[in-house]
Design a protein around this ligand. Structure first.
Ligand SMILES: Nc1ncnc2c1ncn2[C@@H]1O[C@H](COP(=O)(O)OP(=O)(O)OP(=O)(O)O)[C@@H](O)[C@H]1O
Length: 788
C-alpha cells in the first residue's frame, strides 16, 4: 500500500525526535558511565586502605573478613552498574542509527484511543513523559507485528490475552537516521522488506532477521511452553536464524533469571560457530556457549581412545567403497544408531547386576592386592536389587578401605624404611608435631621415636598409593573397554527377541571392525556414543544442572541415542532441536526420521513439532530445481525472489578445471564475492584447490578450519552444511560422482548453499539427481557450445 508524502514527512519527524532523545540519553549515560568507571578504579586502587586488617585474635579475624567482604560487595555492585550501563550504551548506539523497523497502530477493545507502537532492537522510554518511544521486538505487544495483518488481532500479555483492532502495520528501512524505505503491509511481514533483505550479498557472518521474522518462525522464537521443541524445515527456511533469535527472546523474557551462560548450542563444526557468532551481539545479547557433540565425546573418551570424528567416518563411506569391510562398516553405522542397539546396551548393563561385570585388578609394587575374583565376589555379594550406582559407591568405599589396610600392613616394610630416610625435613617436622600433640595431655612417656617412625612409614605408603586411590575414586577398577568388547561379542544374548531381527546378518564382521580398532586404541565414530552411554550406565551419569536451554542445530546428524544422551547430560534443560532430513548426509539412522517417537523423550504433552516450509535462502529458480531432489518436495515452498535458472555444464575431463576457473571468474564479474566450489570429499577438495589456486585466489576449507572465510572457497559438501554463499559451483555433479542413493542428501546440501546462482559442472553424464529433474528447471550447456 502506498504511503503518502505527508506520512513520510511525519515519520521522518518522529525518527528525528526519537534520535534526539536517544542522543540526550547517550550523553547522560556517558557521564554516568564515566563516573561509575572512576568509582570502580578508585575502589580497586584503595581497596586495602578501606579495610583494616587485624589478625590478632579470632574476633579480629572475623571482623577483618567481614570488612573485606563488604568492600568486595561494594566493588562488585559498581562493576555490575558499569557493565549494565555499557550494555545500555551499546543498545542506544544501535538505536540512534536505526531506531525502529516496524510500527503497528493498535486499539484495544474497550479503549477509545489507538496506541502507536514503534518496534526496534530495544525499548526506549522517554523519562519525562514515561512514554515508550520504541518497543523491544521481543515485548509481548510486538508479536502483533509478526503474527498479524491489519484487522482483528490479539496477543498474549503476561496478564492474559489482549484483543483489539490493528489499524496500521508499517515497515521501514532506516539507515543512519534517514528513512530509506517505508510501506504499509497488509500480509504478514511485507515481501518488499524481505526481498530487500534476501537480495543482499552474503557475509562472513550470519545476520539477525528481527525486522522480517515470519509468522511461522515467530512461533519457534516465542514458544515458551514446550520442554522439547522439534523444528523440521527445508534448507534455508531459517532454522538457525529462528534458533538464535529464540535465544535472544528467551534472554529478554527471562531476564533476571536466565543468562547466556545457562544456554548451550550444539552445532555441526567450529567454522559454523564462527559464522553465527555475531548474531546475538548484534541483538545486544551475549553469546551462548557453542560446542559440537564431537568435542564432548573427545573430552570424555580421550583418556582411553582416539575417537574418530563424523567427517572421517563420512569420508570412509564416500571413498572406500572397495575396502573389504565396507559393507560391514556401513551396516554397522546404521545399526549402531538404531534404537534397537540402544535397547541392547540397556539390557546388557541390566544383566551386569547378575553376572559378567569386568574388573581390573589393583596391583601395588608388582603384587596384586585386590584381584578380579575378589572384586567380582564382593560385587555379587550385594542383594540382587541393589542398583548399579549404589554398588559402585559401595565398591569404591570397600576398595578405599582395602588401601587403608594396606598402609597399615606395609608401613614397616623394608622398602618403606629406605624411603623414610629420603623424606624431607619438613615431613619429619610434621611427624614430630603430630606426636607432640598426641602426647601433650598424657602423663606417661611414650616411645616418641617409634610413634614418629610409624607416622612417617604411613606417610610413605599413603603417598605411594595416591595414584591408585585416585583411580579407585574414579571407578577405574571397572574394565569398561572389556565390557564393551564382551557386549559386541555376545550381542545375541542381550538383544530382546523382538530386536534380534534388527541385528545385521554380518554382525561378526561388524564387531570385528570395532574390536580391531579398539586394539589400536581407536574408537570408530559409530561406537563412540554407544560406548559412552554404556560407560555412564555402569559408572553413573555425569550431569550439568546449570544449563537451562539446549539447542541442537543440524539435528538430522544426531541419532536418537545422542539426543537422549544430551537430555540426560542436562537434566534441567529445555531442548530445541532443529533439522532437515533432506540434509542427512551421514548414513546413520537420524532421530528425526522418527521424529514423532521423540515425543517419549520428555513425554508427548511436553513436546511440540513445528514445520518451516518456506525456503528463503535461495532464489525461486534454485529452490524449484533442488526441492524435487527430496522426498518432501511438496512441503518446500520457494520465496518469490527470482534469478537465473541453475546451469548444468557438461564438460570434458581435459577442459573441466579450465571451465571451473572461467565460471568462477564470470561470477566474480557479476559482482559476487562469496563463491564456493563445492566438492564431494576432502580429498577432491584438496585436488581441486591445488589445480586452481594459481588461477583464482581462493581458500581451502577443511575440518580444521575454525573461521568462516569470505571470498572464494573450495570446500567439501558436508562442511558447507549450515552456511551459505552468493554463488555455488558444484565441482562435478556427474553420475560417476553422485551415483548412490545415500549421496542424494549430500548433493542436495551442496546445491542448497547457493543464494543467487548455482552452476553444476559435470565431467560425465549428469547424475540422475539432476537428470530426473524437469528439464525446464535448469539449463543444460555443453562445453563445446559454450567455451569462451
Ligand atoms: N525471516 C527472514 N528474514 C530475512 N532473512 C531470512 C529470514 N529467514 C531466513 N532468512 C535468511 O535465509 C537464509 C537461511 O537461513 P538459515 O541459515 O537460518 O536457514 P536454515 O534453515 O538453518 O538453513 P539450512 O538448514 O540450509 O542450513 C539466511 O541468509 C537468513 O538470513
Amino acid at each position: 500500500m502506498a504511503v503518502s508524502e505527508q506520512d513520510w514527512r511525519d515519520e521522518q519527524t518522529y525518527v528525528d525526535h526519537v534520535r534526539e532523545r536517544i542522543a540526550e540519553r547517550m550523553d547522560a549515560m556517558e557521564v554516568k558511565a564515566g563516573s561509575t568507571k572512576e568509582d570502580v578504579v578508585e575502589i580497586r586502587r584503595n581497596f586495602w586502605d578501606e579495610v583494616s586488617v587485624n589478625l590478632t585474635n579470632p574476633d579480629d579475624i572475623a571482623e577483618t573478613h567481614f570488612a573485606i567482604r563488604q568492600q568486595a560487595e561494594v566493588l562488585a555492585d559498581k562493576e555490575r552498574q558499569y557493565s549494565t550501563a555499557a550494555k545500555v550504551a551499546k543498545t542506544l548506539a544501535r538505536l540512534v542509527e536505526n531506531p525502529f523497523f516496524g510500527r503497528v497502530d493498535f486499539r484495544e477493545d474497550g479503549e477509545s484511543e489507538t496506541d502507536t507502537v514503534y518496534i526496534g532492537l530495544g525499548s526506549f522510554r522517554d523519562e519525562d513523559t514515561d512514554e515508550f518511544l520504541i518497543y523491544d521486538w521481543r515485548a509481548p505487544i510486538s508479536s502483533l507485528y509478526y503474527d498479524h495483518s491489519p484487522g482483528r488481532v490479539s496477543f498474549q500479555a503476561p496478564g492474559g490475552e489482549i484483543t483489539g483492532e490493528m489499524e496500521v502495520k508499517r515497515q521501514y528501512v532506516i539507515r543512519q537516521g534517514r528513512i530509506e524505505l517505508m510501506f504499509d503491509a497488509n500480509v504478514t511481514i511485507g515481501d518488499e522488506l524481505l526481498m530487500e533483505a534476501l537480495g543482499r550479498h552474503s557475509d562472513t557472518q550470519m545476520r539477525s532477521i528481527v525486522a522480517t521474522i515470519q509468522q511461522e518462525q515467530n512461533a519457534v522464537i516465542r514458544n515458551d511452553h514446550s520442554r522439547m521443541l522439534i523444528v523440521q524445515g527445508a534448507a534455508g527456511s531459517g532454522k538457525t536464524s529462528a534458533a538464535l533469535q529464540r535465544v535472544a527472546y528467551l534472554l529478554y523474557k527471562h531476564r533476571g533469571t536466565l543468562t547466556a551462560r545457562q544456554m548451550v548450542l550444539f552445532s555441526p563444526n567450529t567454522m559454523f560457530n564462527s559464522y553465527v557468532a555475531s548474531v546475538l551481539p548484534e541483538l545486544g545479547e551475549e553469546n551462548l556457549e557453542q560446542t559440537t557433540f564431537q568435542e564432548y565425546l573427545e573430552r570424555r573418551l580421550k583418556r582411553h581412545f582416539q575417537v574418530e570424528d563424523p567427517f572421517d567416518q563420512l569420508e570412509f563411506v564416500l571413498t572406500e567403497e572397495n575396502a573389504t569391510h565396507y559393507r560391514a562398516r556401513v551396516e554397522g553405522i546404521r545399526y549402531k544408531s538404531s534404537y534397537a542397539f540402544t535397547r541392547v546396551i540397556r539390557a546388557y548393563c541390566e544383566s551386569l547386576l547378575n553376572r559378567g561385570m569386568r574388573f581390573r585388578p589393583i596391583s601395588f609394587r608388582g603384587k596384586v592386592i585386590v584381584s578380579r575374583e575378589q572384586m567380582r565376589e564382593h560385587f555379587y555379594s550385594y542383594e540382587p536389587n541393589f542398583r548399579m550406582n549404589h554398588r559402585m559407591e559401595s565398591m569404591r568405599k570397600w576398595l578405599l578401605e582395602q588401601l587403608v589396610a594396606l598402609e597399615d600392613a606395609e608401613k614397616d616394610a623394608d622398602w618403606v624404611e629406605d624411603e623414610v630416610e629420603l623424606l624431607d625435613p619438613d615431613d619429619y617436622r610434621k611427624a614430630h608435631q603430630r606426636v607432640s600433640r598426641m602426647n601433650a595431655h598424657r602423663d606417661e612417656v611414650f616411645n616418641e621415636h617409634g610413634q614418629e617412625r610409624e607416622i612417617l612409614g604411613r606417610m610413605v605408603v599413603h603417598r605411594k598409593l595416591a595414584k591408585i586411590r585416585k583411580r579407585v575414586q574414579k571407578l577405574q577398577f571397572i574394565d569398561i573397554p572389556g565390557l564393551y568388547r564382551t557386549m559386541l561379542e555376545h550381542i545375541e544374548e542381550y538383544a530382546a527377541v523382538d530386536d534380534r531381527e534388527a541385528l545385521p546378518d554380518n554382525w561378526t564382521d561388524i564387531a570385528r571392525y570395532t574390536l580391531e580398532a579398539m586394539e589400536q586404541k581407536q574408537l570408530p565414530y559409530e561406537d563412540a556414543t554407544p560406548y559412552l552411554y554404556m560407560m555412564e550406565l555402569v559408572l553413573g551419569m555425569s550431569v550439568n544442572t546449570s544449563i537451562q536451554h539446549v539447542f541442537i542445530d543440524e539435528a538430522q546428524d544426531y541419532s536418537r541415542l545422542q539426543i537422549e544422551f544430551i537430555r540426560h547430560l542436562f537434566p534441567r534443560a529445555r531442548m530445541t532441536i532443529l533439522g532437515d532430513l533432506n540434509q542427512s548426509v551421514y548414513v546413520h539412522e537420524p532421530a528425526l526420521a522418527r521424529a514423532h517417537d521423540l515425543g517419549d523423550v520428555y513425554g508427548e504433552e511436553h513436546t511440540e513439532f513445528i514445520r518451516l516450509s518456506r525456503s528463503y535462502r535461495s532464489t525461486f529458480e534454485i529452490v524449484e530445481f533442488t526441492r524435487r531432489m527430496t522426498a518432501s518436495d511438496g512441503e518446500i515452498v520457494p520465496f518469490e525472489r527470482h534469478g537465473e535458472r541453475p546451469r548444468v555444464i557438461r564438460t570434458t575431463d581435459a577442459e573441466h578445471n579450465r571451465r571451473l576457473v572461467n565460471e568462477v571468474r564470470s561470477l566474480q564479474d557479476q559482482g559476487y564475492s562469496s563463491i564456493a566450489v563445492i566438492c564431494k570429499t576432502a580429498a577432491e577438495s584438496e585436488k581441486v584447490y591445488a589445480a586452481v589456486k594459481d588461477d583464482i585466489e581462493s581458500s581451502l576449507i577443511s575440518k580444521e578450519t575454525t573461521r568462516f572465510i569470505h571470498g572464494i572457497v573450495v570446500i567439501p559438501a558436508y562442511l558447507a552444511k549450515g552456511v551459505e554463499f552468493d554463488a555455488v559451483v558444484v565441482y562435478d555433479g556427474s553420475r560417476t560422482v553422485y551415483a548412490h542413493e545415500h549421496e542424494r542428501q549430500l548433493f542436495y546440501t551442496a546445491c542448497t548453499r547457493a543464494m543467487h546462482e548455482l552452476v553444476i559442472l559435470s565431467a560425465d553424464e549428469p547424475s540422475h539427481f539432476i537428470a530426473d529433474q524437469p528439464k525446464d528447471t535448469y539449463v543444460l550447456e555443453h562445453e563445446s557450445e559454450t567455451t569462451c
